[in-house]
Design a protein around this ligand. Structure first.
Ligand code: SF4
Length: 76
């Protein structure tokens, strides 16, 4: 069964989360907890930090469950 990505956007970036490949290492929640929140829905708040910090954290996701794209330059 295919699991749909969860999609979060602010005016500049879109972040997608694929729960099927997340290895629950919690790196995102531990290192940028104001954005990648535990026990809060929606769990990703793209207004809580700079786009640069969010993008840098997404790039550190060990499983690739988190991805991002720029809203104006690419279709997500
Ligand atoms: S960093 Fe990636 S693999 Fe780790 S909990 Fe977050 S989304 Fe899942």
């Amino acid at each position: 069964m295919k699991t749909k990505n969860h999609v979060f956007s602010n005016k500049d970036i879109t972040v997608t989360y694929n729960p099927k490949i997340c290895i629950n290492a919690e790196r995102c929640a531990l290192e940028l907890s104001n954005v990648f929140r535990q026990s809060v829905i929606p769990w990703i708040d793209l207004e809580a930090d700079s786009n640069e910090n969010i993008i840098n954290q997404v790039k550190k996701c060990p499983s690739g469950a988190l991805q991002f794209c720029m809203n104006k330059k690419e279709a997500c």
